[in-house]
Write a protein of this length. Structure first.
Length: 362
């Protein structure tokens, strides 16, 4: 088994080298070489590869994030993108339950309680949130913030609702103005959730005086595996991922996890996850091995196709946000395995300049 997996990994590297070596047609057009400069400020994007906080050991505590938050705040992002599915995409997926039932249960909140409280369905709530923000005062009242939090929940934008909740003085975090007691309870629980979209993104947005975060994840490429093929697909991918690179990647996490409760432990983890070497470590352990797994059904190639499609659509969502306000400085927080794909695809954009996370986290 070890020999076969080793052969798979070697074949993956050979395939990657062959593709990079110039075999076949090469396009003459290189958008990454045509970056202007445009008039005015450049669009800057800092991609922060993150561990999923929900998977960290019990030694994790929110205050361990402070050194990270301080460095990100010093960079002064003007928008923050998170790995969450937007309310509008969830609304779309709910129209195709046969395909997206599992994705809806995993990634979408029940907007029914907020709909009942505000009278707004997801599309109407999104439109209302945009309308409110278009005339948002410099010093909104507590009632206005509670109203916007309720609208964000009806829009399916739970993390943006948390931003408004955190911007309220503690004594104003009460029911009213569209927030029912159950919605208040939801927000209080959400604030405590071990999720980088909350404990890093929403907390940072509130500290910086931002009014929202941007949900840019995409699961429209999701589709159920036929029941009769589930076990075969699982076995094929598990075998592909059982390789030396995967084992080395897991081993590297052991001291990072063990030192989380030490001074600077969490910052050390983020630094490690954002090194240049981390990109190829992720590829060799995961996607490169899956790309050449030999099942007749090509389960690995199907998985890589899904992965590339998802990342392309996530980056397209980011590019759309940047296009709304040219000259934006954006922080994009995403699971670490997405980071190299984010950066590779964003680098192709004419009007995007990438920022080195290593410099910001120094």
């Amino acid at each position: 088994m070890i020999g076969r997996i080793g052969s798979i990994v070697i074949l993956a590297l050979c395939s990657a080298n062959a593709l990079a070596g110039g075999a076949g047609y090469q396009p003459a057009f290189h958008p990454e070489q045509l970056k202007g400069p445009p008039p005015g400020r450049a669009n800057e994007v800092l991609v922060l590869g993150s561990p999923h906080l929900s998977g960290l050991p019990k030694t994790f505590a929110p205050d361990q994030l402070e050194p990270l938050l301080e460095r990100l705040a010093a960079w002064k992002p003007e928008a923050i993108a998170v790995e969450a599915v937007s309310g509008l995409q969830c609304d779309y997926m709910r129209r195709s339950p046969a395909r997206y039932a599992d994705s809806i249960s995993s990634y979408c909140i029940d907007t029914g309680p907020a709909h009942a409280a505000t009278g707004l369905d997801v599309p109407a709530a999104n439109a209302e949130a945009e309308r409110l923000l278009a005339t948002w005062p410099a010093a909104p009242s507590a009632a206005q913030r509670r109203q916007l939090a309720a609208v964000w929940l009806a829009a399916g934008e739970r993390n943006s609702a948390v931003v408004q909740w955190l911007r309220l003085p503690v004594q104003e975090r009460i029911a009213g103005d569209g927030l029912t007691p159950p919605l208040v309870s939801f927000l209080e629980k959400r604030v405590q959730r071990r999720d980088e979209s909350v404990m890093v993104a929403a907390v940072l947005a509130a500290r910086l005086g931002l009014e929202r975060v941007w949900a840019v994840d995409d699961h429209t490429a999701d589709s159920p595996t036929p029941k009769e093929l589930e076990q075969a697909a699982y076995d094929a991918l598990t075998n592909a991922w059982n390789n030396p690179y995967s084992k080395a990647r897991k081993a590297a996490d052991v001291p990072l996890y063990a030192n989380l409760d030490k001074p600077g432990g969490m910052l050390a983890m983020y630094r490690a996850y954002n090194t240049p070497d981390a990109a190829m470590q992720a590829y060799n352990a995961d996607f490169g091995a899956a790309l050449v797994e030999p099942s007749p059904q090509a389960f690995g190639r199907d998985y890589v196709g899904y992965w590339e499609t998802r990342n392309l659509r996530m980056v397209a969502n980011i590019r759309e946000v940047l296009g709304q306000t040219p000259g934006m400085r954006m922080l994009a927080i995403v699971g670490a395995s997405h980071k190299p794909y984010y950066e590779a695809y964003l680098h192709l954009m004419h009007d995007v300049q990438l920022v080195d996370a290593g410099e910001v986290l120094r």
